[in-house]
Every structure is written in C-alpha cells, then in structure tokens.
Design a protein. Structure first.
Length: 312
C-alpha cells in the first residue's frame, strides 16, 4: 500500500467526486480511479459506494477514513520533525581541534566567545586523537566546518589548504617552551643545549604530529647545536608534559598548557629565550561552505578581533 493511496482516498471522501478529487491530487481521473481501485483490492473490501450521487463511503470506508487521516497526519508531523532535525544538523557548526588546543584554548577562549553570541559548536571529540594530516583531510572532505590548529611555516601538510579554497583567522599566539623537572634546589634537571658526551634525554613528538616539524625546524637554525637523545615520542603535548613532570627528560610544551605547572615549581624552563618557539593558533574553514551559522560565527569573530584589536 502506498501513502498516496491514502491521500487519494481522503481527497475523494472530502469532494465525493472522482474528477474533482483527481484534480486536487494533480493526476488524471483514470489514474486516480485506478489507484482507488488498487486501494480497495489491497483492503479486500469496497470503500466507495459508487451507486449514490454524490458518492458516499461504505461502512468499511468510514472506518478506513479515520485510520487514513490518522496515519497521514502522523506521517506529516513526523516528516516535519525530521526536516527540522535535518535543518538543525545542516546549520550546526562541526568543530575539530587537537587535544592540546581543546584543553588549553578552546575551553578558555572559543567556548566563552560562543556563549557570548549564543551559538553552539558540535565538537568532534574523536579528533583529539587524530594525526596532523587527519585534520586537513577532514576539512577537505567536508567532514567538519571549522578546524582549530597550530600553524608554523614548517608544518607542511597544512599547505594543502590553499588560499583560493580555504581561509583562516589568526585567533591566538602560542609559544613552545623547553621544560624540565626541577632538582632538590629548584633548578632544572636538564638544561639546554646539553653536552655532547652526555646528551639530554628528549621527550618528543612523532614526525606526523603538528609540533615535531616545528621543533625540528627551530633547532636546526640554532647557533648552539642541542645535544639531545630521543627517549620517547608522543602525539600529544599532554603526554610530553606528564613525562617531563616525572623527570624523564626535556620536552617542548605549549606555554598555555604549562602555565600552572611552572608556578608550582616542580617544572622549570630548560633553556633561554632562543630555545622558545613562537607559533600561531589558527581557525580554518572552506570559502565555499554555505552553512548560515558558520558564516554568522565567522563574521562575528572577525568583528570581535577587529573591534577589540586583540585575539581570543
């Protein structure tokens, strides 16, 4: 049984006339009559008394009319609710962020801004475990609307986001700082650049992460060659931070993630400012994304940065 048969029957019950009901359903009368006949065959009962003028419903037809109206009304209401859900999903902003930026920047900066403009983000928490290239692929494949990430010229995989198709906003500044646990005197256990005969144990990142290419690029350009021996590699700064705190070695960690820990005195800077690495916090989106909420958010964020003359 097709839903349109029910709609045909309701129209016929209302007009009591095959021709007028067919016009109302935008079909020819022969087609309309055939569908009513198919409906009766499906129900195995006569629903229309064709011997009266105007047409009338049989007792079975009266009972069937009540059910037909209930079914079509429920279907219409359900369809409307489903369309509302679809519209909400299409207008919702899908957001991805690295684990470190979610912990050290999103909660403190972006979330409060979203609250101030009464806008929600659909944050994909699975993205916190992704590799660097996974973020770019998600944006390119239209699996997200916004990508929050670190930026530095040494991060090669971000170059896939060419300026013709993608745009970005610089919404924050960050610094990678070399850190070490402290000794009993409150001094760093490991101090850059280290000695050739006794390299410093290095807690680093995998090459396909966001941060390792940045660190490698910076260290290669230092006058004093750092004497490091890789002890451990990680994808996330929170893991590097944990191992540094336990005294396993020296590691470069985003300053926002380390600010409280440095104040406690268990961890200290392991090098002078020349070992500090500046980088940007950027928000990327496709120029061709038509999500109305995304466009509104992007414009309000640009206005906020322009008006306050400061980043998030």
């Amino acid at each position: 049984m097709e839903i349109r048969w029910l709609e045909d029957f309701i129209a016929l019950a209302k007009t009591r006339h095959f021709s007028r009901a067919a016009d109302e359903q935008n079909v020819t009368q022969p087609t309309f009559s055939r569908r009513i006949k198919l409906l009766e065959e499906e129900m195995r009962v006569t629903l229309i008394d064709r011997n009266t003028l105007p047409l009338s419903l049989t007792p079975a037809g009266e009972v069937f009319l009540q059910s037909a109206e209930l079914i079509t009304r429920q279907l219409r209401d359900t369809k409307e609710r489903c369309q509302e859900i679809r519209k909400q999903e299409e207008s919702q902003i899908r957001f991805i962020s690295t684990q470190t930026l979610f912990l050290s920047f999103y909660k403190d900066a972006i979330e409060p801004f979203c609250n101030s403009i009464n806008m929600d983000m659909d944050v994909n928490m699975k993205s916190s475990s992704w590799l660097g290239i996974d973020f770019v692929n998600s944006l390119v494949n239209k699996q997200c609307d916004l990508m929050l990430c670190y930026w530095h010229p040494a991060i090669n995989f971000i170059r896939a986001l060419d300026e013709e198709q993608y745009e970005h906003l610089v919404i924050g500044q960050e610094t990678l700082i070399p850190c070490s646990a402290t000794d009993s005197n409150g001094e760093p256990k490991f101090q850059l650049p280290g000695m050739r005969r006794k390299p410093l144990p290095y807690i680093g990142y995998y090459e396909n992460s966001f941060l390792q290419p940045i660190i490698t690029h910076h260290l290669q350009r230092q006058r004093d060659v750092p004497q490091l021996q890789t002890l451990n590699e990680n994808y996330h700064a929170i893991s590097v931070k944990a191992m540094v705190k336990e005294g396993y070695g020296v590691g470069w960690i985003p300053k926002r993630l380390m600010s409280d820990t440095l104040n406690y005195g268990r961890v200290a800077l392991a090098g002078e400012e020349n070992w500090h690495i500046p980088l940007e916090i950027r928000l990327y989106r496709s120029r061709f994304n038509t999500n109305p909420n995304l466009n509104q958010f992007w414009q309000l964020l640009k206005e906020h940065i322009s008006r306050t003359n400061q980043l998030l």
